[in-house]
Each structure stands twice: as structure tokens, then as C-alpha cells.
Design a binder for this molecule. Sequence first.
Ligand code: SME
Length: 161
Amino acid sequence: MSEELFIAAGAGKKETYESLIPQLAALMEGETDLTANLANLSAALHDTFGWWWVGFYWVKNNELVLSPFQGPIACTRIKLGKGVCGTAWKEAKSQLVPDVNAFPGHIACSGSSVSEIVVPVFDKQDQVVGVLDVDSERYDVLDETDVFYLERISQLITEII
Ligand code: SME
């Protein structure tokens, strides 16, 4: 796999994900180190979509702990059921938050982030082992299409853990 991503200029969101996802699978092929893979996924998503913050929190000792990400520094630990991340973990369900001010208990790591998607990552036994978190500084960027494709990216991770 070449260490460059190819996305057609001017492609729409759906086309961009459709082109990106096989490249992400190829990027992880043959690499067994989870940190290396999560780091490359974060960078690939950040570069492709230009989101404010994108990265992972991983379940360690019954807490979510900050893991590979791209963007400004962030909160390091989140408890089960707390914030958008802790809710996605507890409910084992993706959370689409178009306006973080409307989400009770949202954890504001950065005042610039106004909308957010958190998608759980499952192991092969269907347990949540982490979450993929995307933050935007815009209200009109993240939607159900992102949830659909971020869940597919999450499934790529399930395949390698
Ligand atoms: N806003 C998240 C916390 C993580 S940061 O956005 C990177 C939450 O409410 O869980």
C-alpha cells in the first residue's frame, strides 16, 4: 500500500467515503499493531475531511482513555455514560449530535467544537472496546451519511482486532 491517499477532487461526501474505505482497509492490511492502525485512520480521516478533531477513545480499566487522534489536545478519560462518548459506549449505539449545546452532559474538550458524531467500535464478541469520535466547528457538516460510513470504518477495525 502506498502511503498516500487518492480522493478525486470535487467528489461528494458519499463518493469520498466510497473511495476512501478500500484505501483504509489496504492501509491496515498486514499491520497488526492497533495503535499504528488507529493513528493512520485518524490521520486519513482528518486529512480527507478537514474535521476539527477526529480520533479514538479506548476502553481501559472500565474508562474510555484518549487514544490516537488528530486535532487539538483533548480530555484524557471519560466514564461510562458520560458525555457523547460515554453514551455511545454505554448504549453501544452511534450518537449524532448536530448541536452539542442540545446534548445534556456533553463534555466540551474544545469550545470550538459545535457538532459531533461518536460511533462505537466492537470486538468480534460484540463488546464495545472503544469509540471513534468526530468533532466539527460547523453545524452543517456532520449527518447520517457520516454515521453510515463511520460505522463501516468501525467494522474495518473489528476485523483486525
Ligand atoms: N465531546 C466528547 C468528549 C471528547 S472530545 O470531543 C474530543 C463527549 O462529550 O464525550
